[in-house]
Design a protein around this ligand. Sequence first.
Ligand code: ARG
Length: 466
Amino acid sequence: MQQKPAATDTTWSGRFSEPVAELVKRYTASVEFDRRLAEFDIQGSLAHAAMLEACAIIGAQDLAAIRKGLAQILDEIRAGKFEWSLDLEDVHLNIEKRLTAIVGEAGKRLHTARSRNDQVATDIRLWLRAAIDDLLVLIKALQSALLDLAEQHADTVMPGFTHLQVAQPVTFGHHLMAYFEMLKRDADRMRDCRRRVNRLPLGAAALAGTSYPIDRERVARELGFDGVCENSLDAVSDRDFAIEFTACAALVMTHLSRLSEELILWMSPRVGFIDIADRFCTGSSIMPQKKNPDVPELVRGKTGRVTGHLMALLTLMKSQPLAYNKDNQEDKEPLFDTVDTLAATLKIYADMMGGITVNKEAMRQAAFQGYATATDLADYLVKKGLPFRDAHEVVARAVRHAEGKRCDLSELKLDELLEFSALISGDVFAVLTLEGSLNSRNHIGGTAPDQVRAAIRRGRKFIETY
Ligand code: ARG
């Protein structure tokens, strides 16, 4: 392929004797995806220009022209009329070039005391900060949907499982509130991560700072940052804030993946605990009877995708010497996709939780058939003076007996139970019922319906605080 003559209009053309190869241009350009940062790039440029003027580095007329030009560019972008050019590599150069085309000389002064290195780091931080704020609202909406469903089912008995074997009775409300707690920590982690995202890199310039008398604190204030990054080399090069955010996102997805796995299991006709509204399911093209839980399955699948992004970002960072390296251009797609995937997942999930119907009878039957109150019988014997290990053994034998008769412990006659321990008397049946078992776990964090209702009340209050 023939090379075109040396271009004279690229930003660094003076240093080069031939234009960049077409393939290389496409390989190195990021404008296809980083144009998503445009509004934040403009926001950063406006704050930078205002500071340059306040510090007498550019004139008042320059600032006015820059403001006017950037406002026009913002309109063009929002209206979808901005012409993005691959030749101009990335979002920063595209906007700067257009600014100069609109306002002339002043546009060329905007990049004073700045480099694309501190510029891009600033843009991503601004973008991610806004994304975190949006995600927090979505987490809260899902938490609220969980609280609503938990409230309807504060008394609904279901089997609690360990090793996926029936363990002890719990309420469905209690089970749902476990996920509420996970999301509470997830939101907390995001908020904490936001503090470290919210620092200003601008002023670091290419890597070492700048010789102009800039005022970084002013720019930080104007952009709503909590402060400035305190080392210029670190400011332009590290993306730990993006990695940390993606780790937070992967954890939210992991929690939702666990819940998805349960929804899928509960919806299986073999279990039949719940049904998910038709609008979240699909049929089969060949098997007319099928109704598949596609949404939870996809959430489970997309968890792998977000966890993959975390691995990509960690790997991207691990061998980079200080300071900026072009490797960092690869931070954007995983980060963008993480935010998009998580936002869509949270939205659909909140809606889906409102579309769940519960088969209380199936849940109850499953708890009843699994000897879920065996521990209660052991505890009963302990309270009558038997050491716990011995009580455990007594109950194990009683369960075996009941299993042989294909009945529940509560269905055994008092005479039969007495065969296993003389300590048993008529009051035993109160602890062998599912309700008796639930109500006895009446302390903070326990599954007693009163405690579940208290947890829901605390949860409602808590989510009002953010
Ligand atoms: N598009 C680049 C990125 O995303 C912007 C910074 C480029 N800096 C440079 N020195 N080539 O990282």
